[in-house]
Write a protein that binds this ligand. Structure first.
Ligand code: UDX
Length: 430
């Protein structure tokens, strides 16, 4: 299939590359000229395991190219995917102006039948608006179909998630685009759910909100565990073995973050409000998440008492493992809260130090080697679940600290082992 992808952020770039990988002819469009030049020169603007090699391979094979011209993209393709940002507004609702602008641009460039597919996460009923907009601005008055095809990839596992999806959701207004959509996804060997466009849009918000709810649920349980002496990992294992519940996304933490869950929750609450339903359950999910961070900070201040002039080492700045993304990162929020209390921070992240720098106050020490972070510190904090942190030289860290205290916001270590090794170890819900 001949495919254009408008927007080369996480979703657009990975989607386009994976489509090329399975043999489609893909042109990626971005209005950021410097980004396009970078991609044309073989550079990748984000860190995502496996992506760089895959881009290179498909560019060399002639199946993947980049342009800053929407006209060129639309002309060269039968199916045009929209994968532009849908950022949150101050009231929690979604800013759809990028989608609207791209819809107008596509309309202006269309000279024959096109399938326009929305991949960006949008509130229910956006497809209707996109269709109306294209109809209004299409001078050539050609036929088209609008499809909703939400993306479920996780950052850090994006290539794998896209190549091996659990399911593909295709929301349509008519049957005409179904054959082409099935042809695009046939190589991925996943079940394809064809449904109406409103349901497809809702599936995305409902899925992400449910996953966030699952994390807040286990985080609430972690508070009960701390108050009662139970162990949240044991509880998660115990309930997770019930197939109806499942063990995944039941890892207690200092809270969820990232560019999706917080934004999608707010957006879903806002659109529900607009539709006349007060989604109080999801407001509680948000409240528990904020509270989880406050409880973690309180744990640190209860132990260290005054943070002013205390040296604290922080491992992790990304919002989760395997990514350099720091958007809405709980680790960054934690650093800011500790710094605001006067703590002197020494921080390390395997990939996210550059992206975190503009989000953190002056005066923080960025440490290249994770094993040097604890040097002279009063406490060490684990803020991101990077698996490499489990390989930390604990003995070296312990000896280099004024007192070996660890606050583990990701439960990466075993409490009994840590006590045995001479640490004062505080984690989440254990
Ligand atoms: C999420 C969805 O998983 C994905 O399907 C959707 O397309 C986009 O949003 P992503 O934001 O990349 O993906 O990350 P995810 O792995 O879901 O983690 C989100 C946050 O939850 C991270 O901060 C992570 O650390 C946290 N988390 C995750 C937990 O605290 N506990 C868990 O058990 C799982």
């Amino acid at each position: 299939m001949k495919i254009a992808i408008i927007g080369t952020g996480y979703v657009g770039l990975v989607t386009g590359t994976c489509f090329a990988e399975v043999g489609h002819d893909v042109i990626c469009v971005d209005n950021d000229k410097s980004k396009v030049e970078m991609l044309q020169g073989g550079g990748i603007p984000i860190y995502e395991p496996g992506l760089e090699e895959m881009v290179k391979k498909n560019v060399e094979a002639g199946r993947l190219r980049f342009t800053d011209s929407t006209n060129e993209g639309v002309e060269a393709s039968d199916v045009v995917f929209i994968a532009v940002p849908t950022p949150p507004q101050p009231d929690g609702s979604v800013d759809l102006s990028f989608i609207e602008k791209v819809a107008r641009e596509i309309a202006g460039a269309m000279t024959s039948y096109k399938i326009i597919v929305d991949k960006s996460t949008v509130p229910v009923k956006t497809g209707d608006k996109v269709a109306e907009t294209i109809k209004r601005y299409c001078q050539a008055k050609v036929e088209f179909d609008v499809v909703s095809n939400p993306e479920f990839l996780r950052e850090g596992f994006a290539v794998d998630d896209l190549m091996n999806p659990d399911r593909v959701v295709v929301g349509v207004m008519s049957q005409r685009p179904v054959v082409a959509m099935k042809e695009i996804y046939e190589p991925f060997k996943a079940p394809i759910i064809v449904t109406d466009i409103n349901s497809a849009e809702l599936i995305k918000h409902a899925a992400n909100s449910f996953l966030a709810l699952k994390i807040s649920y286990i985080n609430a349980i972690s508070a009960i565990c701390e108050a009662s002496g139970a162990n949240v990992t044991e509880v998660a294992n115990g309930i997770g073995m019930d197939e109806r519940i499942g063990r995944r996304f039941l890892n207690a933490s200092l809270g969820f973050g990232g560019s999706c869950f917080p934004k999608d929750l707010s957006a879903f609450i806002a659109i529900s409000d607009e539709l006349g339903y007060d989604f109080a359950l999801l407001k509680e999910v948000q409240r528990i998440n904020a509270d989880q961070m406050s409880r973690f900070v309180r744990k640190i201040t209860d132990t260290l008492w005054v943070l002013k002039e205390k040296k604290i080492g922080v491992l992790g700045l990304a919002f989760k493992q395997n990514t350099d993304d720091t958007r809405m990162s709980p680790a960054v929020e934690l650093c800011n809260r500790l710094a605001a209390e006067g703590a002197e921070l020494r921080v390390h992240d395997p990939k996210a130090m550059e992206k975190a720098r503009p989000l953190l106050p002056e005066g923080i020490t960025y440490v290249d080697d994770m094993n040097d972070v604890a040097e002279g510190c009063d406490a060490l904090v684990i803020a991101t679940e990077w698996p490499i942190f489990t390989e930390l030289d604990l003995e070296k860290a312990r000896k280099s600290m004024s007192a070996p205290i660890m606050f583990d916001g990701r439960n990466l270590f075993d409490p009994q082992e840590m006590e045995k090794l001479g640490w004062t170890y505080k984690s989440i819900g254990r």
